[in-house]
Structures are given as C-alpha cells and as structure tokens.
Design a protein around this ligand. Sequence first.
Ligand SMILES: CC(C)(COP(=O)(O)OP(=O)(O)OC[C@H]1O[C@@H](n2cnc3c(N)ncnc32)[C@H](O)[C@@H]1OP(=O)(O)O)[C@@H](O)C(=O)NCCC(=O)NCCS
Length: 199
Amino acid sequence: MKKSETSNRSLQSNWQLRDSPTYGKIVITIGQMIMENSENLGVDIRKLQKTEEAEKCARLMAGSEPWITLRRTYDNSLKMLRDPSREVYLAVVNDEIVGFIVLIMSGALVGYIQTVAVMPEWRDKGIGSRLLEFAEDKIFAKAPNVFLCVSSFNKKAQGLYQRLGYEVIGELKDYIVPGHSEILLRKSVAPLTEFKRMS
Ligand SMILES: CC(C)(COP(=O)(O)OP(=O)(O)OC[C@H]1O[C@@H](n2cnc3c(N)ncnc32)[C@H](O)[C@@H]1OP(=O)(O)O)[C@@H](O)C(=O)NCCC(=O)NCCS
C-alpha cells in the first residue's frame, strides 16, 4: 500500500445509508470509529537487539496461526530469530513491540522475507503493510526481487500480499506439513542483469 493510501484510511467514517419513510435515503452515523493508521500510531521500525525481544517475537509465533498449523514451536522460532543470517526488524510503538519482520539477504532467492507478524491487538492498522514496505525498501536497495512464501490456508495474508503487488510464482505442495502448500510469491522491479544496486 502506498503511504498516501494508508493515510486516507484515517479519514474514513463509520456511516450507513438507510431508508426513512419521511426523508427517503438518509445517512446515519452508527458510531465513531477511529481509523488510526501506522503513521498516526507513531510506529518506529528498528533492528532486534535484545534476547527478551527475540523471546517476545518467538512467543507470538508459537501462539499464532499460521505457525501453530505449521508446527513451529517456541524453541525453533527463537532459534530462527537469533540466527545471525537473518535480519530481524521490530515495529515499536511507545517502547512496545507490536510486530516484526525477518529478512534473508543471501542464498538462492535474494531477498527473502521469511516472516512477518503483528500482535493480534495491533492488526488491521497498517503495521503489517508498513513492515513490508520497510523490507521492500531495504531489499530493493540491493536486489531486484522480493520473495516470500505464504501458506495455502492463510487467506488474510494472501489478500494483503496481492494488494501490495506480489505475484504467485508457484505452489510448493506438502512443503512444511502434509495437506498444506506454501505459495511462493515475488515482487520485482527489474531483471537481474539490468538492476543497479544502490549500496
Ligand atoms: C498478516 C499480518 C502480518 C498483517 O498485518 P496487519 O498489521 O494486520 O496488516 P495491515 O493492517 O497492513 O493490513 C491488514 C488489513 O487491514 C487493512 N488496514 C490497513 N490499514 C488500516 C487502517 N488504518 N484502518 C483499518 N484497516 C486498515 C488493510 O487494508 C488490510 O485489509 P485486508 O486484510 O482486506 O487486505 C497479520 O495479520 C498477522 O500477524 N497475521 C498472523 C501472522 C501471519 O499470517 N503472517 C504472515 C505469514 S506469511
């Protein structure tokens, strides 16, 4: 999502069009809903530094879908988050960790977003989009593709990636657990031979 689109969300009001016997169609306000966006929330994105930060992220993974179905435990989540080959960035609001994203900048598919997660109570406020936008900026400074995988049952995340312009490359059947696929997605700005690194 572009920043301007994210900002517009805060202007949305909560109203409905109803039929009135006296006045015909009328607009009624059904409540004041504050559509805060990630910029209004004062979200900072910074590198994961401390063990307790990694532990909090690992608890989020171990307690949430899709990782429950994918059988990712607290211990292997923590191991992944502390692996020096990963870059882990936190979304922070007033010193509280509200989400995180994990990048891998080496290997066969550079740059790969391994994981993105937002705390349940902080979802649908633009923080996931903001983390993805941050990761894309980092990756596109060095490589022309962003790759990621999404589970076949994770419809919400699939919708988000589609909206952000990711294309389906292929399906990895029974890749992590039997009965579910991982869908490989890609967003690209140039062929490898025409891409110029910014750093
Ligand atoms: C997937 C996930 C990271 C998305 O994070 P998020 O912070 O909820 O993402 P966003 O808020 O940017 O977008 C989510 C929805 O909120 C909407 N939204 C964004 N800003 C908004 C705002 N200010 N007000 C209301 N809605 C908003 C978006 O349009 C989007 O709608 P959609 O679901 O119809 O596409 C989060 O749901 C999550 O952690 N899920 C569990 C883990 C997971 O599935 N990770 C992905 C693994 S591949």
